[in-house]
Design a protein around this ligand. Structure first.
Ligand code: 13P
Length: 254
């Protein structure tokens, strides 16, 4: 079984001071916690401060996005080379990037390859919209996102995949653990196996979408779900630590 993972996607929240305090709060709460890889994904401008705040602990840091080119005339962008030394992970293909910033599978694929090439671990996000689910296309959409996002990738060491149904993000309308497990243990696991054979079994699969301390055990209790990608609830240290604790506990039982 892959290592359980709980990642906090802070999105466009927290000032530098707030990010530093939040990271310190998570570090404090995580002191006695084992059995789960915890990742904090602050805004770019707080990456260095959060890295420093968790230095010497087991907590890892991730970026929320990046550009695929190394450097150049790309105003406002940040490259994988720039992230080296600041973080170990990078969230790619988040549905907010896809929907609000026009990112498509081809672009995301280039980013995934650039991340691997620079020793960053991509957290590749996939998920269907409500309209796609209601028209019976969830499996097809998610399977395609996985395959296109990883096209031309040969070594998936370090990869994490997050299933975040768009209709469950920030809505309080979380997918049931059964729906999430159906997509993750079915569609996503099968697509990964088809592409990468036995190596697919090492990829942590995270559920994301309205995860909170009260519902996370339901996901972590599913064999095909190895952790969570948390948005809103990751902005409160106590809630996020509780999500990590409950995930480690549920995974230790399974
Ligand atoms: P919420 O947990 O706020 O629904 O956000 C999920 C998410 O998009 C994490 O990447």
């Amino acid at each position: 079984m892959p290592t359980p993972v709980v990642a906090g996607n802070w999105k466009m929240n927290t000032t530098l001071a707030e990010a530093t305090a939040l990271a310190a709060g998570v570090r404090e709460g995580m002191k006695a916690l084992r059995g789960v890889e915890v990742i904090l994904c602050p805004p770019f401008i707080s990456l260095a401060a959060v890295r420093d705040a968790v230095r010497g602990s087991s907590i890892k840091v991730g970026a929320q996005n990046m550009h695929f080119e190394k450097s150049g005339a790309f105003t406002g962008e940040v490259s994988a080379a720039m992230l080296q030394g600041l973080c170990d992970y990078v969230i790619l293909g988040h549905s907010e990037r896809r929907q609000l910033f026009g990112e498509d599978d081809g672009l995301i694929n280039r980013k995934v390859k650039a991340a691997f090439a620079h020793g960053l671990r991509p957290i590749l996000c996939v998920g269907e919209t409500l309209e796609q689910r209601e028209s019976g296309r969830a499996a097809q959409v998610v399977g395609q996102q996985v395959k296109a996002g990883l096209a031309g990738v040969h070594d998936i060491t370090g990869l994490v995949v997050a299933y975040e149904p768009v209709w469950a993000i920030g809505t309080g309308r979380a997918a049931t653990p059964e729906i999430a497990a159906e997509v993750m243990g079915g569609t996503i696991a099968e697509a990964l196996r088809e592409l990468f054979g036995a190596a697919a079994g090492q990829v942590p699969l995270l559920y994301g979408g309205s995860v909170n301390p009260g519902n996370v055990a339901g996901y972590a209790g599913q064999a095909s779900i190895h952790g969570a990608l948390v948005g809103g609830a990751s902005l409160q240290a106590a809630q996020f630590v509780e999500i990590a604790r409950a995930t480690a506990a549920a995974k230790a039982l399974s």
